[in-house]
Design a protein around this ligand. Structure first.
Ligand SMILES: Nc1ncnc2c1ncn2[C@@H]1O[C@H](COP(=O)(O)OP(=O)(O)OP(=O)(O)O)[C@@H](O)[C@H]1O
Ligand SMILES: [Mg+2]
Length: 480
Protein backbone atom coordinates (compact mmCIF):
# COMPACT_ATOMS: atom_id res chain seq x y z
CA UNK A 1 0.00 0.00 0.00
CA UNK A 2 1.23 3.47 -0.86
CA UNK A 3 0.43 6.29 1.49
CA UNK A 4 0.44 9.32 -0.74
CA UNK A 5 1.84 12.61 0.53
CA UNK A 6 0.47 14.30 -2.54
CA UNK A 7 0.18 13.40 -6.21
CA UNK A 8 3.85 13.97 -7.03
CA UNK A 9 5.60 12.38 -4.09
CA UNK A 10 4.30 9.00 -2.96
CA UNK A 11 5.64 8.00 0.43
CA UNK A 12 5.45 4.22 0.60
CA UNK A 13 5.37 2.09 3.71
CA UNK A 14 6.12 -1.63 3.45
CA UNK A 15 3.14 -3.43 4.97
CA UNK A 16 4.40 -7.04 4.83
CA UNK A 17 6.97 -8.74 7.01
CA UNK A 18 9.22 -10.62 4.58
CA UNK A 19 10.63 -13.87 5.91
CA UNK A 20 13.08 -16.12 4.07
CA UNK A 21 13.56 -19.69 5.24
CA UNK A 22 16.68 -21.46 4.00
CA UNK A 23 15.82 -25.01 4.93
CA UNK A 24 13.61 -28.06 4.57
CA UNK A 25 9.76 -28.11 4.47
CA UNK A 26 9.36 -29.07 8.18
CA UNK A 27 11.20 -25.87 9.21
CA UNK A 28 9.18 -23.80 6.75
CA UNK A 29 5.99 -25.34 8.16
CA UNK A 30 7.06 -24.60 11.75
CA UNK A 31 7.84 -20.97 10.88
CA UNK A 32 4.53 -20.58 9.03
CA UNK A 33 2.66 -21.97 12.05
CA UNK A 34 4.26 -19.37 14.31
CA UNK A 35 2.67 -16.61 12.22
CA UNK A 36 -0.87 -18.00 11.90
CA UNK A 37 -2.28 -15.04 13.86
CA UNK A 38 -0.55 -12.55 11.55
CA UNK A 39 -0.74 -14.47 8.26
CA UNK A 40 -2.06 -11.40 6.40
CA UNK A 41 1.06 -9.42 7.29
CA UNK A 42 3.55 -12.15 6.40
CA UNK A 43 5.25 -12.85 3.09
CA UNK A 44 7.14 -16.10 3.48
CA UNK A 45 9.56 -17.51 0.93
CA UNK A 46 11.34 -20.83 1.37
CA UNK A 47 14.27 -22.42 -0.43
CA UNK A 48 16.37 -25.47 0.31
CA UNK A 49 19.36 -24.15 -1.59
CA UNK A 50 21.71 -21.39 -0.54
CA UNK A 51 22.17 -20.19 -4.13
CA UNK A 52 18.47 -19.74 -4.87
CA UNK A 53 18.09 -17.97 -1.54
CA UNK A 54 20.85 -15.56 -2.43
CA UNK A 55 19.37 -14.87 -5.88
CA UNK A 56 16.11 -13.77 -4.27
CA UNK A 57 17.94 -10.79 -2.76
CA UNK A 58 18.12 -8.96 -6.03
CA UNK A 59 14.33 -8.73 -5.76
CA UNK A 60 13.82 -7.91 -2.08
CA UNK A 61 15.90 -8.03 1.10
CA UNK A 62 13.85 -9.91 3.69
CA UNK A 63 13.17 -8.54 7.17
CA UNK A 64 14.15 -11.86 8.73
CA UNK A 65 16.03 -14.97 7.61
CA UNK A 66 15.64 -18.36 9.30
CA UNK A 67 18.50 -20.79 8.65
CA UNK A 68 17.96 -24.52 9.05
CA UNK A 69 21.33 -25.61 10.44
CA UNK A 70 20.13 -29.14 11.08
CA UNK A 71 19.21 -30.57 7.68
CA UNK A 72 20.67 -27.84 5.41
CA UNK A 73 23.86 -27.02 7.31
CA UNK A 74 26.22 -26.76 4.31
CA UNK A 75 23.82 -24.61 2.25
CA UNK A 76 23.11 -22.42 5.26
CA UNK A 77 26.81 -21.73 5.94
CA UNK A 78 27.53 -21.06 2.28
CA UNK A 79 24.58 -18.70 2.18
CA UNK A 80 25.71 -16.90 5.34
CA UNK A 81 29.18 -16.11 4.08
CA UNK A 82 27.85 -14.89 0.71
CA UNK A 83 25.23 -12.81 2.48
CA UNK A 84 27.65 -10.95 4.74
CA UNK A 85 30.09 -10.41 1.87
CA UNK A 86 27.31 -8.71 -0.11
CA UNK A 87 27.03 -6.01 2.57
CA UNK A 88 23.27 -6.59 2.98
CA UNK A 89 21.79 -6.22 6.47
CA UNK A 90 19.00 -8.25 8.00
CA UNK A 91 18.00 -10.11 11.16
CA UNK A 92 19.04 -13.77 11.02
CA UNK A 93 18.00 -16.71 13.21
CA UNK A 94 19.73 -20.08 12.97
CA UNK A 95 18.09 -23.23 14.30
CA UNK A 96 19.34 -26.78 14.95
CA UNK A 97 18.18 -29.28 17.52
CA UNK A 98 21.68 -30.42 18.49
CA UNK A 99 24.18 -27.97 17.04
CA UNK A 100 27.93 -28.33 17.47
CA UNK A 101 29.59 -25.60 19.56
CA UNK A 102 31.79 -24.88 16.57
CA UNK A 103 28.70 -24.09 14.39
CA UNK A 104 27.15 -21.83 17.02
CA UNK A 105 30.39 -19.87 17.43
CA UNK A 106 30.85 -19.63 13.64
CA UNK A 107 27.29 -18.33 13.10
CA UNK A 108 27.39 -15.80 15.93
CA UNK A 109 30.81 -14.53 14.78
CA UNK A 110 29.49 -14.08 11.26
CA UNK A 111 26.63 -11.91 12.59
CA UNK A 112 23.65 -14.22 13.22
CA UNK A 113 21.36 -12.56 15.81
CA UNK A 114 20.07 -15.70 17.55
CA UNK A 115 21.07 -19.36 17.50
CA UNK A 116 18.21 -21.54 18.73
CA UNK A 117 19.31 -24.92 19.94
CA UNK A 118 15.89 -26.56 19.83
CA UNK A 119 13.34 -28.36 17.70
CA UNK A 120 11.62 -26.13 15.06
CA UNK A 121 8.27 -26.76 16.79
CA UNK A 122 9.57 -25.52 20.11
CA UNK A 123 8.27 -22.57 22.12
CA UNK A 124 11.74 -20.99 21.84
CA UNK A 125 11.42 -20.47 18.06
CA UNK A 126 7.87 -19.11 18.48
CA UNK A 127 9.02 -16.55 21.06
CA UNK A 128 12.02 -15.50 19.01
CA UNK A 129 10.03 -15.04 15.78
CA UNK A 130 7.28 -13.16 17.57
CA UNK A 131 9.89 -10.81 19.13
CA UNK A 132 11.27 -9.89 15.69
CA UNK A 133 7.77 -9.54 14.25
CA UNK A 134 6.62 -7.19 17.06
CA UNK A 135 9.70 -5.00 16.61
CA UNK A 136 9.02 -4.79 12.87
CA UNK A 137 5.33 -4.04 13.47
CA UNK A 138 6.16 -1.19 15.84
CA UNK A 139 8.53 0.30 13.28
CA UNK A 140 5.93 -0.11 10.54
CA UNK A 141 3.23 1.62 12.64
CA UNK A 142 5.68 4.46 13.31
CA UNK A 143 6.32 4.77 9.58
CA UNK A 144 2.58 4.77 8.81
CA UNK A 145 2.03 7.47 11.44
CA UNK A 146 4.89 9.49 9.98
CA UNK A 147 3.51 9.12 6.45
CA UNK A 148 0.06 10.13 7.66
CA UNK A 149 1.41 13.19 9.47
CA UNK A 150 3.50 14.16 6.45
CA UNK A 151 0.38 13.97 4.34
CA UNK A 152 -1.78 15.99 6.76
CA UNK A 153 0.84 18.66 7.25
CA UNK A 154 1.99 18.88 3.68
CA UNK A 155 2.13 22.46 2.43
CA UNK A 156 -0.36 21.54 -0.29
CA UNK A 157 -3.00 20.84 2.35
CA UNK A 158 -2.76 24.25 3.97
CA UNK A 159 -5.31 26.65 2.59
CA UNK A 160 -3.32 29.75 1.95
CA UNK A 161 -4.51 31.57 -1.16
CA UNK A 162 -4.99 35.01 0.40
CA UNK A 163 -2.10 37.51 0.30
CA UNK A 164 -1.59 37.43 4.11
CA UNK A 165 -1.23 33.65 4.11
CA UNK A 166 0.99 33.83 1.02
CA UNK A 167 3.44 35.91 3.05
CA UNK A 168 3.35 33.21 5.75
CA UNK A 169 3.83 30.36 3.28
CA UNK A 170 6.71 32.14 1.49
CA UNK A 171 8.61 32.30 4.77
CA UNK A 172 7.68 28.69 5.60
CA UNK A 173 9.03 27.45 2.27
CA UNK A 174 12.27 29.35 2.77
CA UNK A 175 12.90 27.94 6.24
CA UNK A 176 12.07 24.42 5.13
CA UNK A 177 14.95 24.67 2.66
CA UNK A 178 17.28 26.44 5.09
CA UNK A 179 16.46 25.09 8.51
CA UNK A 180 17.11 27.81 11.06
CA UNK A 181 17.42 27.21 14.75
CA UNK A 182 14.42 29.13 16.05
CA UNK A 183 11.07 30.26 14.76
CA UNK A 184 8.45 32.29 16.60
CA UNK A 185 4.79 31.86 15.61
CA UNK A 186 2.41 34.54 16.78
CA UNK A 187 -1.31 34.84 16.26
CA UNK A 188 -4.59 34.59 18.06
CA UNK A 189 -6.19 31.36 19.14
CA UNK A 190 -7.14 28.95 16.35
CA UNK A 191 -5.22 30.76 13.60
CA UNK A 192 -3.05 27.72 12.82
CA UNK A 193 0.19 28.18 14.74
CA UNK A 194 0.52 24.50 15.51
CA UNK A 195 -0.37 23.54 11.93
CA UNK A 196 2.45 25.74 10.65
CA UNK A 197 4.88 24.35 13.25
CA UNK A 198 4.12 20.80 12.07
CA UNK A 199 4.33 21.83 8.42
CA UNK A 200 7.79 23.22 9.06
CA UNK A 201 8.87 20.05 10.82
CA UNK A 202 7.50 17.52 8.33
CA UNK A 203 8.63 19.66 5.40
CA UNK A 204 12.20 19.76 6.72
CA UNK A 205 12.32 16.07 7.66
CA UNK A 206 10.75 14.55 4.56
CA UNK A 207 10.65 10.72 4.53
CA UNK A 208 12.53 10.37 7.81
CA UNK A 209 11.25 9.62 11.26
CA UNK A 210 12.57 12.65 13.14
CA UNK A 211 10.78 13.49 16.38
CA UNK A 212 8.28 16.33 16.74
CA UNK A 213 7.99 16.92 20.47
CA UNK A 214 5.35 19.29 21.73
CA UNK A 215 5.04 20.93 25.13
CA UNK A 216 2.50 23.42 26.37
CA UNK A 217 4.39 25.71 28.74
CA UNK A 218 1.21 26.92 30.43
CA UNK A 219 -0.12 23.44 31.16
CA UNK A 220 2.85 22.23 33.22
CA UNK A 221 3.61 23.68 36.68
CA UNK A 222 6.69 25.87 36.72
CA UNK A 223 8.87 23.54 38.84
CA UNK A 224 8.02 20.50 36.71
CA UNK A 225 8.58 22.20 33.36
CA UNK A 226 12.32 22.52 33.94
CA UNK A 227 12.65 18.79 34.67
CA UNK A 228 10.45 17.99 31.66
CA UNK A 229 12.54 20.11 29.31
CA UNK A 230 16.03 19.28 30.53
CA UNK A 231 15.56 15.86 32.17
CA UNK A 232 17.21 14.79 35.41
CA UNK A 233 19.69 12.37 36.90
CA UNK A 234 18.78 9.80 39.54
CA UNK A 235 18.71 11.50 42.96
CA UNK A 236 18.53 15.07 41.56
CA UNK A 237 15.49 15.62 43.81
CA UNK A 238 13.45 13.51 46.25
CA UNK A 239 11.23 11.86 43.62
CA UNK A 240 14.01 11.31 41.06
CA UNK A 241 14.23 7.53 41.48
CA UNK A 242 15.60 7.09 37.94
CA UNK A 243 17.42 9.23 35.41
CA UNK A 244 15.14 10.66 32.77
CA UNK A 245 15.78 12.24 29.38
CA UNK A 246 14.26 15.70 28.91
CA UNK A 247 12.18 16.83 25.95
CA UNK A 248 15.21 18.63 24.48
CA UNK A 249 17.02 15.29 24.25
CA UNK A 250 13.93 13.45 23.01
CA UNK A 251 13.58 16.01 20.23
CA UNK A 252 17.24 15.64 19.18
CA UNK A 253 17.44 15.62 15.39
CA UNK A 254 13.92 17.02 15.15
CA UNK A 255 11.75 19.80 16.54
CA UNK A 256 10.80 20.95 20.02
CA UNK A 257 7.55 22.89 19.81
CA UNK A 258 7.16 25.20 22.80
CA UNK A 259 3.55 26.27 22.82
CA UNK A 260 2.38 29.23 24.95
CA UNK A 261 5.99 30.35 25.40
CA UNK A 262 4.74 33.62 26.97
CA UNK A 263 3.83 31.66 30.12
CA UNK A 264 7.36 30.36 30.71
CA UNK A 265 8.95 31.49 33.96
CA UNK A 266 11.81 34.03 33.74
CA UNK A 267 14.47 31.75 35.26
CA UNK A 268 13.60 28.98 32.86
CA UNK A 269 13.68 31.48 29.99
CA UNK A 270 17.34 32.16 30.84
CA UNK A 271 18.11 28.43 30.76
CA UNK A 272 16.26 28.03 27.49
CA UNK A 273 18.22 30.86 25.88
CA UNK A 274 21.50 29.28 26.98
CA UNK A 275 20.46 25.90 25.56
CA UNK A 276 19.48 27.45 22.22
CA UNK A 277 22.70 29.44 21.93
CA UNK A 278 25.09 26.70 23.00
CA UNK A 279 23.12 23.77 21.53
CA UNK A 280 23.84 21.94 24.76
CA UNK A 281 21.78 21.07 27.81
CA UNK A 282 22.55 19.73 31.27
CA UNK A 283 20.10 17.45 33.07
CA UNK A 284 19.03 18.50 36.59
CA UNK A 285 21.60 17.09 38.98
CA UNK A 286 23.86 16.21 36.03
CA UNK A 287 27.54 17.03 35.72
CA UNK A 288 28.07 16.86 31.99
CA UNK A 289 26.69 18.84 29.09
CA UNK A 290 24.79 16.94 26.41
CA UNK A 291 24.85 18.23 22.83
CA UNK A 292 21.44 18.54 21.22
CA UNK A 293 20.58 19.28 17.63
CA UNK A 294 17.02 20.42 18.19
CA UNK A 295 15.12 23.09 16.33
CA UNK A 296 12.97 25.28 18.57
CA UNK A 297 9.63 26.49 17.30
CA UNK A 298 7.86 28.67 19.85
CA UNK A 299 4.27 29.83 19.65
CA UNK A 300 2.12 32.27 21.56
CA UNK A 301 -1.10 34.20 21.34
CA UNK A 302 0.14 36.63 23.99
CA UNK A 303 1.64 39.98 23.09
CA UNK A 304 5.31 39.15 23.67
CA UNK A 305 6.43 42.72 23.07
CA UNK A 306 4.19 43.85 25.90
CA UNK A 307 5.49 41.07 28.14
CA UNK A 308 9.01 42.32 27.37
CA UNK A 309 7.91 45.87 28.28
CA UNK A 310 6.50 44.53 31.58
CA UNK A 311 9.72 42.63 32.21
CA UNK A 312 7.86 39.32 32.36
CA UNK A 313 9.58 38.04 29.21
CA UNK A 314 13.33 38.28 28.62
CA UNK A 315 14.27 40.72 25.88
CA UNK A 316 17.28 38.63 24.79
CA UNK A 317 15.15 35.49 24.44
CA UNK A 318 12.51 37.44 22.54
CA UNK A 319 15.15 38.65 20.06
CA UNK A 320 16.63 35.15 19.80
CA UNK A 321 13.26 33.54 19.11
CA UNK A 322 12.02 36.19 16.74
CA UNK A 323 14.86 35.90 14.21
CA UNK A 324 12.13 34.35 12.12
CA UNK A 325 8.85 35.78 13.31
CA UNK A 326 5.69 34.55 11.60
CA UNK A 327 2.38 36.23 12.28
CA UNK A 328 -0.76 34.18 11.52
CA UNK A 329 -3.60 36.43 10.35
CA UNK A 330 -7.09 36.31 11.84
CA UNK A 331 -9.59 34.24 9.86
CA UNK A 332 -11.72 37.34 9.19
CA UNK A 333 -8.74 38.91 7.41
CA UNK A 334 -8.30 36.01 4.99
CA UNK A 335 -10.76 36.98 2.23
CA UNK A 336 -11.54 34.13 -0.15
CA UNK A 337 -9.69 31.62 2.01
CA UNK A 338 -12.59 31.67 4.48
CA UNK A 339 -14.93 29.98 2.03
CA UNK A 340 -12.16 27.70 0.77
CA UNK A 341 -11.56 26.54 4.34
CA UNK A 342 -15.28 26.01 4.94
CA UNK A 343 -15.49 23.80 1.82
CA UNK A 344 -12.31 21.98 2.78
CA UNK A 345 -13.75 21.15 6.24
CA UNK A 346 -17.08 20.15 4.66
CA UNK A 347 -15.32 17.57 2.51
CA UNK A 348 -13.04 16.44 5.31
CA UNK A 349 -15.77 15.88 7.91
CA UNK A 350 -18.20 14.35 5.40
CA UNK A 351 -15.48 11.82 4.55
CA UNK A 352 -14.80 11.14 8.25
CA UNK A 353 -18.48 10.43 8.96
CA UNK A 354 -19.01 8.71 5.59
CA UNK A 355 -21.73 11.19 4.65
CA UNK A 356 -22.41 12.85 1.28
CA UNK A 357 -20.84 16.31 0.88
CA UNK A 358 -23.56 18.98 1.33
CA UNK A 359 -23.55 22.36 -0.39
CA UNK A 360 -23.67 25.77 1.25
CA UNK A 361 -26.58 28.02 0.21
CA UNK A 362 -25.53 31.43 -1.19
CA UNK A 363 -26.78 33.13 2.02
CA UNK A 364 -24.77 30.71 4.17
CA UNK A 365 -21.68 31.35 2.03
CA UNK A 366 -22.11 35.10 2.41
CA UNK A 367 -22.57 34.78 6.16
CA UNK A 368 -19.40 32.67 6.49
CA UNK A 369 -17.45 35.39 4.72
CA UNK A 370 -18.87 38.20 6.82
CA UNK A 371 -18.93 36.67 10.30
CA UNK A 372 -16.01 37.75 12.52
CA UNK A 373 -14.98 34.23 13.69
CA UNK A 374 -13.47 35.07 17.11
CA UNK A 375 -12.24 31.46 17.43
CA UNK A 376 -10.70 31.68 13.95
CA UNK A 377 -10.06 28.55 11.83
CA UNK A 378 -10.73 26.23 14.76
CA UNK A 379 -14.18 27.72 15.31
CA UNK A 380 -15.03 27.45 11.62
CA UNK A 381 -13.88 23.84 11.62
CA UNK A 382 -16.06 22.91 14.62
CA UNK A 383 -19.12 24.68 13.23
CA UNK A 384 -18.80 22.86 9.93
CA UNK A 385 -18.34 19.56 11.75
CA UNK A 386 -21.53 20.23 13.75
CA UNK A 387 -23.43 21.02 10.55
CA UNK A 388 -22.11 17.85 8.86
CA UNK A 389 -23.09 15.62 11.79
CA UNK A 390 -26.50 17.14 12.54
CA UNK A 391 -27.77 18.18 9.10
CA UNK A 392 -29.77 16.11 6.64
CA UNK A 393 -30.84 18.19 3.62
CA UNK A 394 -28.55 18.49 0.62
CA UNK A 395 -28.14 22.26 1.07
CA UNK A 396 -26.87 23.99 4.23
CA UNK A 397 -29.17 26.94 4.83
CA UNK A 398 -28.24 30.11 6.74
CA UNK A 399 -30.55 29.30 9.69
CA UNK A 400 -28.86 25.93 10.16
CA UNK A 401 -25.43 27.56 10.17
CA UNK A 402 -26.50 30.17 12.70
CA UNK A 403 -27.97 27.55 14.94
CA UNK A 404 -24.70 25.58 14.73
CA UNK A 405 -22.95 28.77 15.80
CA UNK A 406 -25.52 29.22 18.60
CA UNK A 407 -26.23 32.77 17.34
CA UNK A 408 -29.58 34.13 18.51
CA UNK A 409 -31.56 36.73 16.59
CA UNK A 410 -31.44 39.07 19.67
CA UNK A 411 -27.63 39.08 19.47
CA UNK A 412 -27.76 40.25 15.89
CA UNK A 413 -30.29 42.96 16.78
CA UNK A 414 -28.06 44.01 19.68
CA UNK A 415 -25.20 44.37 17.23
CA UNK A 416 -27.37 46.60 15.01
CA UNK A 417 -28.27 48.82 18.00
CA UNK A 418 -24.65 49.24 18.93
CA UNK A 419 -23.85 50.09 15.34
CA UNK A 420 -26.47 52.87 15.39
CA UNK A 421 -24.93 54.21 18.57
CA UNK A 422 -21.52 54.36 16.88
CA UNK A 423 -22.98 56.16 13.90
CA UNK A 424 -23.80 59.08 16.23
CA UNK A 425 -20.57 58.83 18.22
CA UNK A 426 -18.31 58.92 15.14
CA UNK A 427 -20.22 61.63 13.37
CA UNK A 428 -20.41 60.47 9.76
CA UNK A 429 -19.65 63.32 7.28
CA UNK A 430 -22.31 64.22 4.65
CA UNK A 431 -20.46 62.56 1.84
CA UNK A 432 -20.30 59.31 3.86
CA UNK A 433 -17.24 57.43 5.04
CA UNK A 434 -15.44 54.43 3.59
CA UNK A 435 -15.06 51.38 5.80
CA UNK A 436 -11.28 51.78 5.72
CA UNK A 437 -11.39 55.46 6.66
CA UNK A 438 -13.88 54.79 9.42
CA UNK A 439 -11.58 52.13 10.86
CA UNK A 440 -8.61 54.47 10.74
CA UNK A 441 -10.65 57.33 12.24
CA UNK A 442 -12.04 55.09 15.00
CA UNK A 443 -8.62 53.74 15.97
CA UNK A 444 -7.09 57.24 16.01
CA UNK A 445 -9.97 58.58 18.16
CA UNK A 446 -9.77 55.72 20.66
CA UNK A 447 -6.01 56.17 20.92
CA UNK A 448 -6.53 59.86 21.58
CA UNK A 449 -9.13 59.00 24.22
CA UNK A 450 -6.76 56.56 25.94
CA UNK A 451 -3.84 59.01 25.65
CA UNK A 452 -1.94 56.53 23.48
CA UNK A 453 -2.37 53.59 25.87
CA UNK A 454 -2.43 50.70 23.39
CA UNK A 455 -3.51 48.09 25.91
CA UNK A 456 -6.52 50.13 26.95
CA UNK A 457 -7.30 51.02 23.33
CA UNK A 458 -7.11 47.41 22.14
CA UNK A 459 -9.52 46.40 24.94
CA UNK A 460 -12.05 49.06 23.92
CA UNK A 461 -11.70 48.11 20.26
CA UNK A 462 -12.03 44.41 21.10
CA UNK A 463 -8.86 43.42 19.24
CA UNK A 464 -5.50 42.09 20.35
CA UNK A 465 -2.54 44.40 20.91
CA UNK A 466 -0.50 42.92 18.03
CA UNK A 467 -3.47 43.50 15.75
CA UNK A 468 -3.81 47.08 16.93
CA UNK A 469 -0.08 47.59 16.29
CA UNK A 470 -0.48 46.32 12.75
CA UNK A 471 -3.43 48.64 12.16
CA UNK A 472 -1.46 51.62 13.53
CA UNK A 473 1.35 50.76 11.14
CA UNK A 474 -0.99 50.14 8.20
CA UNK A 475 -2.73 53.52 8.61
CA UNK A 476 0.42 55.35 9.79
CA UNK A 477 -1.49 56.64 12.84
CA UNK A 478 0.67 58.90 14.96
CA UNK A 479 0.60 58.36 18.72
CA UNK A 480 2.02 61.77 19.58
N1 LIG B 1 -4.63 27.11 6.81
C1 LIG B 1 -5.25 26.05 7.34
N2 LIG B 1 -5.69 25.09 6.51
C2 LIG B 1 -6.37 24.04 7.02
N3 LIG B 1 -6.64 23.85 8.34
C3 LIG B 1 -6.21 24.77 9.20
C4 LIG B 1 -5.48 25.92 8.76
N4 LIG B 1 -5.16 26.67 9.82
C5 LIG B 1 -5.68 26.04 10.91
N5 LIG B 1 -6.30 24.89 10.54
C6 LIG B 1 -7.02 23.98 11.46
O1 LIG B 1 -7.56 24.78 12.52
C7 LIG B 1 -7.40 24.17 13.79
C8 LIG B 1 -6.68 25.10 14.74
O2 LIG B 1 -5.31 25.25 14.35
P1 LIG B 1 -4.12 25.28 15.42
O3 LIG B 1 -4.36 24.28 16.50
O4 LIG B 1 -2.86 25.18 14.65
O5 LIG B 1 -4.32 26.74 16.03
P2 LIG B 1 -3.42 27.51 17.09
O6 LIG B 1 -3.07 28.82 16.48
O7 LIG B 1 -2.31 26.65 17.54
O8 LIG B 1 -4.47 27.76 18.28
P3 LIG B 1 -4.19 27.95 19.86
O9 LIG B 1 -3.53 29.28 20.05
O10 LIG B 1 -5.57 27.97 20.45
O11 LIG B 1 -3.38 26.81 20.33
C9 LIG B 1 -6.67 22.87 13.54
O12 LIG B 1 -7.61 21.82 13.59
C10 LIG B 1 -6.08 22.99 12.16
O13 LIG B 1 -6.06 21.76 11.52
MG1 LIG C 1 -1.93 25.75 19.44
Amino acid sequence: MDIKRNDETPFSVELKFHVLVVGDPPVEHAVRMCFTKHFESIDLFCTDSGTTAFDSFSKKTPDLIVLDMESRRTHALKFLSAFFKSGEQCNIIAIAEKPSIEDVVKCVRMGVNEFIAANPNSQKLRECLSGFFLKWEKKKNGAIFQADQQNTFDLHNIISGCPQMQVVMDIVQKIIKRPVVTVLLQGETGTGKEVIARCLHYGTHKNETSPFVEVNCSAIPENLLEAELFGYEKGAFTDAKFSKKGLFELADGGTLFLDEIGDMHLLLQAKLLKAIEEKKIRRLGGLKDISVNTRIIAATNADLEKLVENSSFRKDLYYRLSVINIYLPLLQERGEDILELAKFFLEKHSATYALPVRKLSPAAEQFIQQYDWPGNVRELQYVIERVVVLGESTVIELAELKSALCIKEQDIQKQHKTANGWERAIGIPRGGLSLKDSEMYLIAEILKMTKGNKTHASKILGISRPRLNRKIEEYSISLG
